[in-house]
Ligand binder design. Structure first.
Ligand code: PRX
Length: 702
């Protein structure tokens, strides 16, 4: 028995193979914002919380703060108390003196026949002011009110966000791909009376009717007691209404028809207390009430400014492209607020990664001279699957790339590094969450080497600890896994769950807090809900959500670990591991596989996958079944819905699949997999309620 099989029940077993380091080039180091190791000293724990002054000093304050961190209402942390500032001023106005005509955004529409739009800081200033005037004078919103947006990837989205920020109104953007009902629920939760939406947008070659969702959202909101007074509709093609859904008289208004009345208007930025909420970002639960993560003005903006500077290495002359959706926290922090506080040029793209072909992102990069690229493993896998040789055909050069949002398999990392980055770009694997505002784990790109599959150490001023289920610390650097926690608050941490302060405490702090009366931050470790291990070099490997862990014969296996092993097989493009109830071992693993184009399913491939898992992890992890399927059920943001697959394997109801990007694949998979299982006599017994619950929430994108 090897060392790792002797872990206690409270830990998570790990079987990762150690990876080799990759080093940044001398050229990258020579220009990096954080190239002097003294920065690591400045952010040592003995300098906390004052070390974060360095981030806050990147902003322009109307009034400087007196207390860096106030813990008197722990765990509701307050940063930079006494300070006042305006986020829109910091993102826009203050850049005008030197960079008025520099591009703030370059927006690329999906149809290649449409010109991209360059929005200078001056132009952004004008649009933000005019829309702020409209919100104030036409919608009569006031500081502290909430407004819900349901907008796709168009420049009107950051304009709307910054207009709210200008007048101290809290914005709540709901990801454009979400249903009208999901938007309606979030309207209710936040108590918004204004909805800002768009008629249509382009996605995957289609003009999607988006306005229809607004009607549904308003209906759902009204049915739940919140009346939406006005729906503001930006038109994708101003002057031309492109949706077949009728406008509702007296409720719905075209923004481009209202705006001329506000032409040339200027709205003074409202000076907001540092701890005033800037926005809500909902996490997407499907069973429970959504959680509106409330982010602050001063702490949040400081944190995204600092991390954009040191981790994204953004310089004024860079062209930075974060290929994410602003409907997620990544887009808020690293398309809009972070880059704009630094006066950068931020690229936005309307459409799908592989439209009209998988060379599209690389054409955009080449044409715009993008040199910093930021995306998620799911996009990287998709591009690798659809066009593994495409990047080489285009003449672009990245100095820096980011991966974010889920663990990246080392195989996929290497493709990103060698093929997308052409061996020239550093990669930061940034681990964090909607709740966190900005990065929690990452290498500092010029100072700490990369290691595929590991995010690296925690970010500056973030002091981690791994605890087991019983709250016992797991020795730092021991390679043993448990629940990763952050011992201290940091400026980007959310302030609360909107309207549910008790849920904020219960979900994130109650698990490991030993003294609820304590006002000392040391007593309130933040429970991230992720499994992780720390290697002897201090690097963390995130194993996925702790509720994604599969317990096989008392042996807890991270799904990502299993999936990474499957991905070492050449033919495999995507892999998803799910638990099946197993009489002998408690749980067994079932593996779902999608192949790269040009390969056909065969027993030979199944054998190779089994062997890879046997050798990389051990026989204990050997999947009971490997199902090769044409496609995985995915959310519109591209995450594989493991809950749905797990239900298929366990013959339980698949639940609500209306938010999937491709609900039709579920029936195909179910027919094939359950048919094969029935033929083999492999139908599970009736499950207990606890087992049903476990399968129903497995891998849920929460
Ligand atoms: O499990 C971790 C995973 O994504 C979760 C957070 O998801 P969300 O709130 O949607 O935010 C995503 C973008 C910030 C985490 O609990 N995760 C995020 N980044 C990584 C990651 N897992 C491994 N490596 C990462 N780099």
């Amino acid at each position: 028995m090897d060392k790792q099989q002797e872990v206690s029940e409270a830990e998570i077993a790990v079987h990762w193979k150690e990876e080799e380091y990759y080093y940044p080039s001398a050229r990258f180091i020579a220009q990096a914002n954080a190239a002097d190791p003294a920065i690591l000293e400045r952010f040592r724990e003995e300098n906390f919380p004052e070390c974060f002054r360095e981030y806050a000093d990147l902003l322009t304050w109307d009034r400087y703060w007196h207390t860096t961190l106030d813990t008197s209402d722990a765990p509701f942390w307050k940063w930079f108390v006494g300070g006042k500032l305006n986020a829109s001023y910091n993102c826009v106005d203050r850049h005008l003196a030197k960079n008025r005509n520099k591009a703030a955004f370059i927006w690329v529409p999906e149809p290649e026949t449409e010109e991209s739009q360059t929005i200078t800081y001056q132009e952004l200033y004008i649009r933000v002011n005019e829309f702020a005037a409209l919100l104030r004078d036409f919608c009569h919103v006031q500081t502290g009110d909430r407004i819900t947006f349901h907008l796709p990837m168009v420049p009107d989205l950051p304009v709307s966000m910054l207009a709210c920020a200008r007048i101290g109104v809290i914005h709540s953007e709901v990801f454009g791909g979400f249903s009208g009902a999901a938007c309606g629920e979030r309207i209710v939760d936040s108590g918004s009376h204004i909805l800002v939406t768009m008629d249509v947008y382009n996605r995957g070659g289609e003009l999607i009717d988006h306005k229809a969702k607004a009607d549904q959202a308003v209906q759902v909101a009204e049915a739940n007691g919140v009346k939406v007074d006005k729906v503001l509709v930006w038109r994708r093609y101003p002057g031309k209404y492109s949706s077949p859904t009728p406008m509702v008289e007296g409720r719905d208004f075209f923004v481009d028809e209202l705006l001329p009345a506000y032409r040339g208007q200027r709205v003074d930025p409202v000076s907001m207390p540092a701890e005033a909420p800037l926005f809500l970002m909902y996490t997407s639960g499907t069973t429970a009430r959504p959680k509106g993560c409330q982010h602050s003005t001063g702490g949040y903006l400081s944190y995204v400014a600092g991390t954009s500077k040191f981790y994204q290495d953004i310089h004024p002359e860079d062209t930075y492209w974060c290929f994410a959706d602003i409907g997620w926290i990544t887009g808020h922090s690293y398309i809009v607020y972070g880059p704009l506080t630094l006066g950068a040029t931020s690229v936005m793209y309307e459409g799908a990664p592989t439209y009209p072909d998988p060379g599209r992102p690389w054409r955009i990069a080449e044409r715009l001279g993008v040199n910093i690229f930021h995306t998620a493993p799911t996009t990287i896998r998709m591009l690798r699957k659809a066009g593994p040789d495409e990047p080489a055909k285009y003449n672009y050069h990245f100095k820096h790339m980011t991966t974010v949002g889920e663990p990246i398999e080392p195989e996929v990392w290497r493709w990103y590094y060698e093929v997308v980055g052409k061996g020239e770009a550093v990669i930061v694997d940034t681990w964090w969450q909607t709740e966190n505002g900005g990065f929690l784990g990452s290498t500092l790109p010029a100072l700490q080497p990369m290691k595929p599959g590991s995010c690296g150490p925690t970010a500056l001023g973030i002091y981690p600890i791994i605890l087991d289920e019983d709250g016992k610390p797991i020795e730092a650097g021991s390679g043993r896994a448990g629940n990763i926690c952050i011992r201290n608050p940091w400026p980007g941490i959310f302030e609360t769950v909107w309207g549910q302060p008790e849920r904020y405490i219960e979900t994130y702090y109650a698990k490991y807090c030993k003294n609820r009366a304590s006002k000392d931050w040391h007593d309130w470790p933040y429970f991230a809900g992720d499994g992780a291990m720390q290697a002897s070099d201090g690097y963390f490997r995130i194993l996925g959500r702790v509720d994604d862990v599969i317990n096989v014969a008392g042996h807890r296996l991270g799904t990502k670990e299993l999936e990474s092993a499957a991905l070492t097989v050449t033919e495999v493009a995507e892999a998803a591991a799910v638990p099946v109830i197993d009489e002998l071992r408690g749980r067994a693993v079932e593996m779902y596989i999608a192949l790269k184009p040009g390969y056909v399913a065969s027993n030979d491939i199944v054998e190779k996958i089994q062997t890879a898992i046997d050798t990389l992890i051990g026989k204990v992890a050997r999947p009971k079944n490997v199902w090769i399927v044409p496609d995985m059920p995915k959310t519109r943001s591209g995450k594989i819905m493991r809950r749905v697959i797990a239900s298929v394997s366990n013959f339980t109801p698949v639940g609500d699949i209306s938010t999937l990007a491709n609900p039709e694949v579920v029936e195909n998979i179910r027919g094939a997999v359950q048919g094969a299982k029935v033929a083999r006599g492999d139908v599970p017994r009736e499950l207990s309620p606890a087992e049903l619950e476990e399968i129903g929430r497995f891998g849920q994108v929460e």
